[in-house]
Design a protein around this ligand. Structure first.
Ligand SMILES: NC(=O)c1ccc[n+]([C@@H]2O[C@H](COP(=O)([O-])OP(=O)(O)OC[C@H]3O[C@@H](n4cnc5c(N)ncnc54)[C@H](OP(=O)(O)O)[C@@H]3O)[C@@H](O)[C@H]2O)c1
Length: 243
């Protein structure tokens, strides 16, 4: 294991939800953290909640814009670990009612963005460094109807990690796959129905409750610290994929 103490960690999506949970855990583990998102306002608010301003830098960049991502990693310089939790709510229409522009935007802001991050982070990562991307339960348990695109895109991250872990070795590349997590994205997706969905799922889950970002963050800490973990998808879903 290579502890995070003093390591430089870039977290794209670090201003909210799971990414903010990872930022908090990384700060607690002694890392220097760069949080990245599109909105500087959200980044500043997140930086304040992390309450370790000397070890947290906030940089605004849109992962779908190659120039912004090139500039981001120029500004960061050499670093040890990349985490991306960035993404936007998935499309959910049945396939025969799919709006293809919505699908394209989702793929751009989840998969293409991740490829751009990998492209520009690869040569900046120090030896022993890692990349960790985020997929999710929708690849194992797609919503029916309407889950085909999100299942395919979430599932693709495992294959991205397989291939990149070989191509970029010794840099390690992994994926964390959460179940449902109580975050602003879930609020945006479910609105007032969230409480009902959560009560129903909590009653079925082996662990008996819905995750918070703090429950998911240790999986990312593991992929960063474990220097023998590469090409893997870690499922951290309270047993949701078993249901
Ligand atoms: N919540 C769940 O139940 C759940 C379950 C399984 C998987 N996931 C996956 O986990 C990931 C994180 O979800 P979350 O619930 O933590 O979402 P969230 O609270 O909405 O956070 C998303 C983060 O990504 C950033 N972001 C979005 N697009 C970006 C872009 N183009 N460039 C840079 N940053 C961008 C957002 O900041 P800005 O908007 O300011 O850019 C924000 O910091 C998502 O990809 C989601 O699909 C979530």
């Amino acid at each position: 294991m290579a502890p995070l103490m003093g390591k430089r960690v870039v977290i794209v999506g670090g201003s909210s939800g799971i990414g903010l949970g990872v930022a908090s855990a990384a700060v607690k583990a002694g890392a220097q953290v760069v949080i990245v998102g599109r909105s500087m306002e959200r980044l500043k608010a997140a930086r304040e909640t992390l309450a370790a301003e000397d070890r947290v830098t906030a940089l605004a960049a849109d992962m779908t814009q190659e120039r912004e991502i090139a500039r981001l990693f120029d500004a960061v310089g050499a670093f040890d670990h990349l985490v991306s939790t960035a993404g936007s709510p998935p499309p959910g229409d049945p396939i025969d009612q799919t709006d293809i522009d919505v699908v394209r935007d989702f793929i751009e802001n989840k998969f293409v963005g991740a490829v751009l991050l990998a492209k520009h982070a690869a040569r900046r990562l120090t030896r022993g460094g890692s990349m960790t991307f985020t997929s999710g339960i929708n690849k194992d348990k797609p919503p029916v109807p309407g889950g085909a695109v999100v299942a395919a895109i979430a599932g693709s991250f495992s294959y991205l990690a397989h291939a990149l872990s070989l191509e970029l070795a010794p840099t390690r590349v992994n994926v964390v796959s959460p179940g449902w997590v109580d975050t602003p994205m879930f609020d945006a997706l479910a609105g007032e129905a969230k409480a009902g969905y959560f009560d129903g799922m909590a009653a079925r889950l082996p662990v008996g409750r819905i995750a918070t970002p703090a429950d998911i963050a240790p999986a990312y800490i593991h992929t960063m610290e474990s220097d023998f973990t590469t090409g893997q998808t870690l499922h951290i879903d309270g047993g949701q994929s078993l249901l």
